[in-house]
Ligand binder design. Structure first.
Ligand SMILES: Nc1ncnc2c1ncn2[C@@H]1O[C@H](COP(=O)(O)OP(=O)(O)O)[C@@H](O)[C@H]1O
Ligand SMILES: [Mg+2]
Length: 312
């Protein structure tokens, strides 16, 4: 493949809503001598006529970025999302570091695949089911209830606690969450009187920050009003479980949601490949954007794109 021109001091931050996180990343990159531009995946193009770089990113006229930091993938039709992932896969193919890369994002944006990988690796995660029709979903949920369990139904690609339903009794099953004909169910984990769970932030295999989130309801997400409290990283069981989970899904960095059951055992609810960290930052001493920028730039520095002919 023809060498592509790379602007070695310019980073792409993929996002449609830069906000607080985009600004923190931009500042961290600038402090390290790198320029960065926000770009929407919706405005990128594949340009396969042999003229110029095969991927056009707004803000990167005739060249490619040194690396791409993914802060968000827009929703859309199957074709649209596939196209956005094509852009990320394509950048990697061209030697541009993508953080987290498209395959890692695919593995965890889909809660069913995350559950499958965690369970396959033997890590503690609540029993879960993914089925392709409502009749099977109802039958499974009913069986769980008959065995004394509650069930959570979730959008397969959901985030920030949106669209989840907790089913305590049979009548609640009328509100089963559904994702275009696919149903994801997970056994509800009781965590004691005051609802809480843990968010553990792992970069390059190591826990860098963690918090306990106390929800206003059973949903402990910060976006749903969850209150953050710091957690000491001396809780090795919690940190090791998060690190193992991130290893299993193969991510450079991630936010891991862990809950402790009534018997005191930790279990992984989900792994986030594009995690927010505003709430966590509010109770952490480390500057998370700095740690992310350092790790991402060290990946860029060791990447073959540095040595490609034509790099500017
Ligand atoms: N199986 C479960 N048992 C108990 N609480 C759960 C369970 N699954 C999710 N929750 C609660 O709902 C929140 C959101 O669930 P999660 O699977 O992390 O979805 P999202 O991607 O929307 O954050 C969790 O942080 C937790 O508070
Ligand atoms: Mg979550």
């Amino acid at each position: 493949m023809k060498a592509v021109s790379i602007n070695s001091l310019h980073i792409a931050i993929f996002t449609d809503d830069p906000g607080w996180h985009g600004a923190r990343l931009k500042r961290a990159f600038a402090a390290r001598g790198f320029d960065s531009s926000y770009a929407s995946l919706t405005a990128c193009q594949l340009n396969l006529d042999g003229n110029g770089p095969p991927i056009n990113i707004p803000g990167f006229a005739d060249c490619l970025p040194e690396g791409a930091f993914v802060r968000g993938i827009p929703g859309g039709s199957l074709e649209q999302v596939t196209f956005y992932l094509d852009i990320l896969h394509g950048l990697k193919l061209l030697g541009i570091p993508v953080y987290n890369d498209a395959s890692a994002i695919e593995r965890t944006v889909d809660k069913g695949m995350t559950s499958l990988l965690l369970r396959h690796a033997g890590l503690p995660t609540p029993p879960a089911w993914v089925v392709g029709n409502r009749v099977d979903a109802l039958a499974l949920a009913k069986r769980e209830m008959e065995n004394g369990h509650q069930v959570v139904s979730k959008p397969l690609f959901g985030s920030q606690g949106e669209g989840l339903q907790r089913h305590e009794k049979l009548e609640d099953l009328a509100f089963l969450a559904e994702s275009n004909g696919v149903y994801y169910l997970q056994r509800f984990v009781h965590c004691g009187e005051q609802s809480h769970d843990f968010r553990v932030f792992v970069i390059r295999g190591k826990t860098v920050a963690a918090m306990r989130r106390y929800g206003k309801t059973w949903l402990n997400n910060v976006a749903q009003g969850g209150r953050c409290e710091p957690v000491r990283l001396g809780d090795l069981l919690l940190c090791r479980l998060a690190e193992d989970a991130v290893k299993v899904v193969g991510m450079a960095y991630a936010g891991v949601d862990i809950i402790r059951d009534a018997q005191g055992r930790y279990t992984v609810i989900e792994v986030n490949s594009v995690p927010a960290w505003k709430g966590l930052q509010s109770v952490s001493e480390v500057i998370i954007a700095d740690l992310l920028a350092d790790d991402f730039l060290s990946l860029c520095a060791t990447h073959p794109s540095q040595t490609q002919a034509g790099a500017t």
